[in-house]
Design a protein around this ligand. Structure first.
Ligand code: ZN
Length: 169
C-alpha cells in the first residue's frame, strides 16, 4: 500500500461525509463555495475538514492553519475543525485476524475566533485573535479493502482515495 496524494472530506457533526475532495501529493483544497453553502443552509453542520496527510504527519501545515483562520472568521460564532489522518507503523506484523490492517491516527484541531466582548474587554488591542488547538486524537485500525466491512469509519474512504494498492502491505 502506497501513499499517492492527499484527499479530503467535509464531515458533518454526525460524522457523515457531506462532500469529497481529491487533492494532490502535498495538499487538498476544500472548495469554498461548497463549505459556504452548506454552512448557510444549516449553520453548524460543517463539523470538520478531514484530510489524509502523508504517513506520520499529524501536524497541520501552514496552509491548513491559514484555511482554518479564514473559516473561523467566516463562520463565527461557530468554530471550525480540521482533522488530519495519517498512517502510523503497523503494530502487529502478522495482521489482524488474518486480514491486512493498517493503523491510522486521526487528530482533530479546532479554531475559534475571539469573542468581540473579550476583544473589547482587553482594550481592542490589535485584531480579534484566532486560537488553534488540538482537541482530540484517535487511533484507528482499519482493514483494507473495506468493502466487506460495515459501517466503516469515514477515514477509510479517504485512505482508499489517497493510497494505491490498498490490498497489499
Ligand atoms: Zn493538511
Amino acid at each position: 500500500m502506497k501513499f499517492q496524494r492527499e484527499s479530503g472530506a467535509i464531515v458533518s457533526n454526525s460524522e457523515s461525509i457531506l462532500h469529497l475532495v481529491m487533492g494532490d501529493p502535498g495538499k487538498v483544497e476544500f472548495p469554498e463555495e461548497v463549505i459556504w453553502s452548506l454552512h448557510k443552509q444549516a449553520p453548524g453542520c460543517v463539523y470538520s475538514l478531514a484530510h489524509v496527510h502523508p504517513p506520520q504527519m499529524p501536524q497541520l501545515s501552514g496552509r491548513d492553519k491559514t484555511t482554518m483562520r479564514a473559516w473561523a472568521r467566516a463562520m463565527f460564532p461557530f468554530p471550525i475543525r480540521m482533522t488530519t489522518i495519517t498512517e502510523l507503523p503497523t503494530d502487529d506484523p502478522f495482521g489482524y485476524e488474518g486480514n491486512n490492517y493498517f493503523v491510522f491516527l486521526e487528530t482533530c484541531y479546532m479554531a475559534n475566533l475571539e469573542a468581540k466582548e473579550t476583544w473589547e474587554a482587553r482594550g481592542k488591542e490589535g485584531t480579534r485573535t484566532i486560537n488553534i488547538q488540538e482537541e482530540w486524537q484517535k487511533k484507528h485500525r482499519i482493514i483494507l479493502p473495506s468493502h466487506k466491512f460495515f459501517p466503516p469509519w469515514h477515514g477509510t474512504f479517504l485512505v482508499e482515495m489517497s493510497y494505491q494498492d490498498v490490498d497489499k502491505r
